[in-house]
Design a protein around this ligand. Structure first.
Ligand code: ADP
Length: 401
């Protein structure tokens, strides 16, 4: 089976062609600067060199047409005919309270997704554009939606409700939804496999640390809490997002700096976090390069790891203990300093790193806990595209029955 995985953003479309039966990626790439001058398609067939093409790409439909073009091309392609694509799997950011798993996209599903736009005004509209474009360009090919929020729909009410008037939940759906669900699900499943134990008996804290970052408490296979909330702004401090703060600060800053709601949204989402504190960069590699020499870079790093440590403690308490901690995402997979600092002085919880293993520059899944550690510490590369392809295969094969 061949699944085209599409992740459509506001000005970009990421794609990957995956054979989910073999769990193998055939090609991947991204179209950037859609609707702007000098749009670029970067494409790589597995095992070959990256190619870059530029052109005028006005909208998401043109972008996906370009993608299909290169997938069919003689030199860089991986299919001979469009009909070889059996299904398309789409990443959809927000599934509200309606979607607790992946679904075949129908007219009704599209209508529900449009209703979720209110919750994710920046993300869901481009996701829908990607779906519409793929439906037009690949008519009759089943399309599946995989939601970032779905895995967290198992959270109990006391975890997903805020201390706000209950009517706001009923009227406007104000509650914690959580994000990165596909990644938290994937790495917690992999952790159970690595440990050779059923997930139904494990309490796992998963830390997805990329440009966006979130932690999740996964008790016996189900997400019972996660740090991102109504939007992906809450929780851990991130590259450009503030994470948790006193909500009164926002009102105060808006007043003092004469900011509109839009200005305040930009401040909290684009100019805060690592870049805001350090004044240097939102990129953890650049922060770490100056960790020893630049006090503000160190401060940004320290805030990042201190807050992560607090979430680890909180989730161990929420689950009545913890069996494994998983690090994933660009930072989680690569930064030994973040892992070391976030887990320092947590021996009282039974968490002990093997410092030598933590420092090893190896890639791939690995156990970096000390032999005597009661809690396993694992590094597991995430693979959200593979999950989307696998879910798509599962849903499409049920259709054929
Ligand atoms: P996204 O959330 O956009 O998918 P990634 O998961 O790729 O992003 O994570 C990007 C982050 O990972 C950046 O902050 C980057 O600096 C960080 N990162 C990547 N490699 C390293 C490394 N070797 N050491 C520290 N941080 C790293």
């Amino acid at each position: 089976m061949i699944v085209l995985v599409i992740n459509a953003g506001s000005s970009s479309v990421k794609y990957q062609v995956i054979d989910p039966e073999e769990q193998r990626s055939l090609a991947r790439g991204v179209v950037e600067r859609i609707g702007m001058s000098g749009a670029i398609l970067t494409h790589r067939k597995e095992g070959e060199k990256e190619v870059r093409l530029s052109g005028e790409i006005l909208d998401h439909k043109m972008a996906i047409e370009y993608v299909l073009g290169i997938l069919l091309s003689k030199n860089h392609g991986v299919i001979k005919d469009k009909s070889e694509i059996d299904a398309v799997g789409h990443r959809v950011v927000h599934g509200g309270e309606v979607f607790s798993g992946s679904v075949l996209i129908t007219e009704e599903v599209m209508a529900e997704m449009r209703r979720c736009i209110d919750y994710a005004p920046l993300h869901n509209p481009p996701n829908l554009k990607g779906i519409n474009a793929a439906m037009q360009l690949l008519p009759g090919v089943p399309q599946v939606g995989v939601f970032d929020t779905a895995f967290h729909q198992t959270m109990p009410k006391h975890a997903y409700l805020y201390g706000l008037p209950y009517a706001l939940y009923k009227k406007h759906g104000i509650r914690r939804y959580g994000f990165h669900g596909t990644s938290h699900r994937f790495v917690s499943d992999r952790a159970a496999k690595m440990l050779g134990r059923p997930k139904e008996e494990l309490r796992i804290i998963t830390c997805h640390l990329g440009n966006g970052a979130s932690a999740a408490a996964i008790k016996y296979g189900k997400s019972i809490d996660t740090s991102m909330g109504f939007t992906p702004l809450e929780g851990l401090m991130m590259g450009t997002r503030s994470g948790d703060l006193d909500p009164a600060i926002i009102l105060q800053i808006m007043h003092k700096e004469e900011l509109t709601p839009n200005d305040a949204t930009t401040l909290l989402n684009k100019h805060s976090g690592l870049i805001g504190v350090s004044g240097l960069s939102s990129d953890m590699r650049e922060i770490e390069e100056e960790y020893e020499t630049n006090a503000r870079a160190k401060l940004a790093h320290d805030i990042f790891t201190y807050r992560l440590k607090k979430y680890i403690g909180a989730y161990a308490a929420a689950m009545g203990g913890v069996d494994a901690i998983v690090f994933t995402g660009g930072i989680g997979e690569n930064s030994s300093l973040v892992r070391k600092n976030a887990l320092s002085e947590l021996e009282f919880l039974g968490i002990k790193l093997d410092h030598h293993k933590n420092e090893e520059k190896s890639k791939g899944e690995r156990d970096i806990s000390a032999a005597e550690s009661g809690v396993k510490v694992l590094v597991i590369p995430t693979n959200e595209e593979l999950v989307i392809a696998m879910d798509t295969m599962q849903i499409v094969s049920q259709l054929k029955k």
